[in-house]
Design a protein. Structure first.
Ligand SMILES: C[S@@+](CC[C@H](N)C(=O)[O-])C[C@H]1O[C@@H](n2cnc3c(N)ncnc32)[C@H](O)[C@@H]1O
Length: 393
């Protein structure tokens, strides 16, 4: 669980792709380069906005910018912002390539290890479905610049996207998701236990579980519950299964689209997701919430962890948080932060008076690790808080 200081390195486990000396040095360089951008360069954008861009706008229009679009029109012409943006995009590309190197060098051996399931004592399970269609919103771009995205396979039974992702998340988050990259799951659990101490879910589903970073804490927090994780991408699931087994945690993974799963109605007490929704289309989000309604038992709950919607932010902050839409192959990011959550619940047949919309503290932050107060301009960027949208049924 995420209770250690942010300076903790990523915890080694038997399927993490080992980096040699130079590869590790390169990855650590990218991590500290990202930290430098966040702590030393990012703030300059607001200074430029307040001291130059906003006053020029006010002079011309006799008012301040009304929304993030007006801010974007001016800020994207500003040389300081252009420099910051270019450096951040470069850091993203450097991150992926630094994580690909140790994987590509040793792909056959790493895949063999993952596919044989480390430890030999299978506690959870893995069901893949080679006929499952990959949604268009997955295939249209290489999401957040990950070469090949989540779903591409470069060889038979390939798990390389999962291997690359596990290491890259640690670097992208600048170690701020904790040594197991699990802060979003750990934060939702901490909030659930505090706010709903009586709630003891027996069947839990994590949608868009990826390599299981946020899934595993649920198995630890609710040891009597059966934990399921679904994802559309086979390479992520192969890795997730091997990782969970190597950490000795029983999780049942299956390759399914969260918009329409094969679980029976009323199968779960708790359905969670962690930074899934913003990577799907608006239509898919509506389908996913409808599916949550079908899958939940009466009295059950869904909770989706994300970064906060734009509605409570000033135009400048919304513009900065929107960096990923414009620069990091996150085409649905902006729209997902603007969806009317009341309507979303209502259209999925939830009672919107039981809707949950809350900013919750990061578990790592509460453990008194120092966490960045600054948005990097991305989903793991800091702020010390996560946003939860959910509903009780
Ligand atoms: C940002 S990652 C999620 C990270 C993960 N939940 C965590 O906390 O570490 C998004 C994941 O959602 C998956 N995904 C996207 N659309 C999906 C869908 N419709 N159904 C199931 N999984 C989906 C992607 O394959 C990817 O693995």
């Amino acid at each position: 669980m995420s209770t250690e200081s942010k300076t903790q390195p990523q915890t080694e486990h038997s399927v993490l792709a080992p980096a040699d000396h130079d590869e590790f040095a390169r990855q650590e360089f990218v991590r500290s380069y990202k930290e430098y951008l966040v702590h030393n360069v990012h703030q300059g954008n607001e200074k430029r906005y307040e001291s130059s861009v906003k006053p020029a706008f006010e002079k011309k229009h006799n008012r301040v910018p009304r929304d993030r679009f007006e801010v974007a029109k001016e800020m994207t012409k500003d040389p300081y912002y252009q420099m910051f943006s270019s450096l951040l995009r470069t850091s993203q590309e450097m991150m992926w390539s630094s994580c690909q190197l140790p994987v590509e060098r040793n792909l056959e051996e790493l895949n063999a290890k993952i596919n044989q399931v480390p430890g030999g004592s299978v506690k959870g399970s893995l069901k893949l479905d080679k006929n499952l269609a990959t949604p268009r919103y997955h295939k249209a771009v290489d999401i957040h610049c990950q070469p090949g995205g989540y779903h591409n396979e470069f060889t038979n039974n390939d798990a390389s996207s999962g291997m690359v992702y596990d290491r890259a998340v640690h670097i992208y988050a600048m170690a701020q998701l904790g040594p197991y990259n699990d802060d979003i799951g750990a934060s939702i659990i901490m909030w659930l236990k505090e706010k709903y101490p009586e709630f003891q879910p027996r069947r839990i589903l994590d949608m868009g579980c990826s390599v299981g970073h946020s899934t595993i804490p649920y198995a630890e927090a609710f040891p009597d519950a059966k934990i399921y994780g679904i994802d559309v991408a086979a390479p992520m699931l192969r890795y997730a299964h091997a990782r969970a087994e190597s950490l000795n945690v029983p999780v049942h993974f299956s390759q399914q689209n969260a918009e329409e799963t094969n679980f029976k109605s009323g199968s779960f007490d708790l359905i969670v997701s962690h930074i899934l929704l913003h990577e799907t289309s608006e239509k898919a989000i509506h389908n996913i919430i409808k599916e949550c309604h079908r899958l939940l038992k009466p009295g059950g709950m869904m909770a989706h962890g994300e970064t906060p919607p734009y509605k409570n932010m000033g135009p400048f902050d919304a513009f900065m948080l929107d960096w990923d839409t414009r620069n990091n192959n996150e085409p649905f990011w902006a729209r997902s932060h603007e969806i009317d959550l009341y309507r979303l619940s209502e259209k999925a047949n939830f009672d919107p008076s039981k809707k949950i919309e809350e900013m919750i503290p990061s578990a790592l932050q509460v453990a008194e690790a120092r966490r960045s107060e600054v948005f990097q301009g991305g989903d793991f960027g800091g702020g010390g808080l996560w946003f939860v949208y959910g509903n009780k049924k």
